[in-house]
Design a protein around this ligand. Sequence first.
Ligand code: ATP
Ligand SMILES: O=c1ccn([C@@H]2O[C@H](COP(=O)(O)O)[C@@H](O)[C@H]2O)c(=O)[nH]1
Ligand code: MG
Length: 213
Amino acid sequence: MSWRRVASLSSLISSSKPSLLNQEACTFKLWEMFTTETGTQAEPFITFVLGGPGSGKGTQCTKIVETFGFKHLSAGDLLRREIASKSEYGSMILNTIREGKIVPSHVTVKLIQKEMDLNDSNKFLIDGFPRSEENRIAFEEIVGAEPNVVLFFECPEEEMVKRVLNRNQGRVDDNIETMKKRLKVFEALNLPVINYYSEKGKVFKVLESLFHQ
Ligand SMILES: Nc1ncnc2c1ncn2[C@@H]1O[C@H](COP(=O)(O)OP(=O)(O)OP(=O)(O)O)[C@@H](O)[C@H]1O
Ligand SMILES: O=c1ccn([C@@H]2O[C@H](COP(=O)(O)O)[C@@H](O)[C@H]2O)c(=O)[nH]1
Ligand SMILES: [Mg+2]
């Protein structure tokens, strides 16, 4: 099956009976097709998983990993690990996350690249990255690859706010002040990346609908 055909499925999902397809069902259906298509591919299969703060990226990535064995690389988790290990960039990263801003591209891309190199898997879910056009360009230059596909989790803002404020994972950025900043950054810097890949026919929009996790 060609990517063109897979992309046309995305438009079907947006236009036909979205209320019957919850995030989980959409994701599983799509990934079933991707694994069938790319099972013998030698090059790494790269998926960028994008969406606003609290849209459910991490939650769905965990489910995909459990079922299909992709390697999940959360850029946010890699950055939080740097803070915890008190690395040279730790305090700068902590301050940036507190402010809801974006960590310099070279730092994040190096962390992602290192994890990709260390891993045997050839199928990656890169969650929460790229956050900006600058991030995207840095990844493409440094890693020398583009994503095969981009999953975009669309979720109403009030739902994202509710989820983040109820997450209870002790994250320094899960408070209303930082959340407002993160939403602004998402719209100003992350949406252009989604639009860029959308024009290349690589984006699957996964619709939020009424469903139980
Ligand atoms: N479909 C859903 N319905 C209700 N709650 C959900 C759903 N998906 C995720 N959640 C909950 O919402 C919260 C945020 O989800 P998650 O951490 O997966 O979001 P995220 O997109 O990774 O956010 P961030 O960008 O802040 O890391 C979690 O507490 C999760 O359990
Ligand atoms: O590529 C990235 C990813 C994340 N950040 C910073 O981390 C926080 C939290 O990220 P989550 O993906 O929500 O876990 C984000 O708000 C940014 O401050 C980043 O700079 N670059
Ligand atoms: Mg997350």
